[in-house]
Design a protein around this ligand. Structure first.
Ligand code: PLP
Length: 408
């Protein structure tokens, strides 16, 4: 008889977004005339930039001609893309990388989950609370946790609360940890880490021989000049950090699929008998064994993001979203809400009115304003009493949603 991986049974049943969908559909069924506006899900809405489309169409034509057809590409990604990434995202910020340190993939979500394959099951994992749900769930699936308690927190994970009291920047763990997840600009809180904050974490990881898994999926949304876009802008980070990036939010690739992960050559971790091993060759082996490369058309499109037109057009699209963020911030501020984020990230993290839980606020907003957001408690217990709004809707919808917010 085949048996299952019972770790999957530990996962929390009701996932956040299906429950939001269920409540939305129930409301719509009872109020067929209501025009619901969603500021909920973290997906982009603007179409791909014309410079990207042009290159992708050409790539499709190449695939249709005998002389230029391509089958399997290099598992790590085509040189034309890897070189564009290194030059534009890293060299421009004073960071040198070798081609073999960059791994192109079809998504940062898969990479943040898959990276766990190469680390031992006995590592103690530290995760911010609230956080992107993938970090917790992928560790549960791998068997790195015990059962969940009544708050939905898993045994053996070290949770690092992020609230208004610490400016949504986690405090250093007081107990020993081996793997640390950091995401800046943050989903869901919209917080960013200064050079000082990141230096503190890099130093901590170096002194405790921990690895930092740094999710920088939103770096393109940083508007303030002194905020690091990559953890490798911090001295010593290459010894301890793996960085995840994605074209999903940067260039609207959520439906195209292309991302990359940087694993520096100098990053090492221990064997159980205390030998130091380079991590990069392990990830290379894992990537080449279980993955066969992102599609040529996607990679061609991703490389077009770095052309002058691609850069200009992607910037214009991000500016649309960040214009929405400013409007949400200012409107809610005028209405007396406490609002965080939205300056260097497409996420706004607002405090619910006193005594109103995240889900109660969700229902109130849906019923009174026909606006949907995401209850903060869905991202972890420290998100209770908060509510996430995203800046990804169209400007007209955001404007209307803000007018309706006044009636809540
Ligand atoms: C959207 C998002 C990603 C990107 O995931 P893809 O699989 O590349 O689309 C990664 N991390 C966070 C925190 C995100 O919100």
């Amino acid at each position: 008889m085949a048996t299952i991986n019972e770790n999957f049974l530990k996962l929390q049943a009701g996932y956040l977004f299906p429950e939001i969908g269920r409540r939305m559909r129930a409301f719509q069924a009872q109020n067929p005339d209501a025009k619901i506006i969603s500021l909920g899900i973290g997906d982009v809405t603007q179409p791909l930039a014309p410079a990207i489309i042009e290159v992708m169409k050409k790539a499709v034509d190449e695939m249709g001609a005998a002389g230029s057809f391509r089958g399997y590409g290099p598992e790590q990604g085509y040189d034309f893309l890897v070189e564009a990434i290194i030059e534009n995202d890293y060299n421009s910020r004073g960071v040198d990388l070798e081609r073999s340190e960059v791994f192109v993939s079809d998504g940062a979500k898969c990479d943040t989950g898959n990276i766990l394959d190469i680390f031992g099951l006995d590592n103690v994992v530290a995760i911010t609370d609230p956080s992107y749900p993938v970090y917790v769930d992928s560790n549960v699936m791998a068997g790195r946790t015990g059962e969940a308690n009544e708050n939905g927190q898993f045994e053996k994970i070290v949770y690092m609360p992020c609230t208004a009291e610490n400016n949504f920047i986690p405090d250093l763990p007081r107990s020993h940890v081996d793997i640390i997840y950091l995401c800046f600009p943050n989903n869901p809180t919209g917080a960013v880490a200064t050079k000082e904050v990141l230096s503190k974490w890099v130093d901590f990881a170096r002194s405790s021989k921990a690895v930092v898994l740094f999710d920088a999926a939103y770096e393109a949304f940083i508007t303030e000049p002194d905020i690091p876009h990559s953890i490798y802008e911090i001295e010593g980070a290459k010894d301890v950090a793996i960085e995840f990036r994605s074209f999903s939010k940067t260039a609207g690739f959520t439906g195209v699929r292309c991302a990359f992960t940087v694993v520096p050559k100098q990053l090492k971790a221990d064997t159980s008998d205390g030998r130091q091993v380079e991590v990069n060759p392990l990830w290379h082996r894992r990537h080449c064994t279980k993955f066969n490369g992102a599609s040529y058309v996607s990679q061609a499109g991703a490389a077009a993001v770095y052309t002058p037109d691609g850069q200009k057009q992607c910037r214009q699209i991000i500016d649309i979203y960040m214009g929405n963020a400013v409007l949400i911030r200012e409107s809610l501020g005028r209405l007396g809400y406490e609002v965080y984020g939205g300056v260097n990230a497409p996420y706004l993290w607002m405090k619910t009115p006193k005594g109103v839980s995240s889900w109660e606020f969700f229902d109130r907003l849906l019923q009174k304003a026909n606006v949907v957001g995401t209850p903060g408690s869905g991202f972890g217990p420290s998100g209770e009493g908060y509510f996430r709004l995203t800046a990804f809707a169209t400007p007209d919808n955001v404007k209307e949603a803000m007018e309706r917010f006044a009636t809540v």
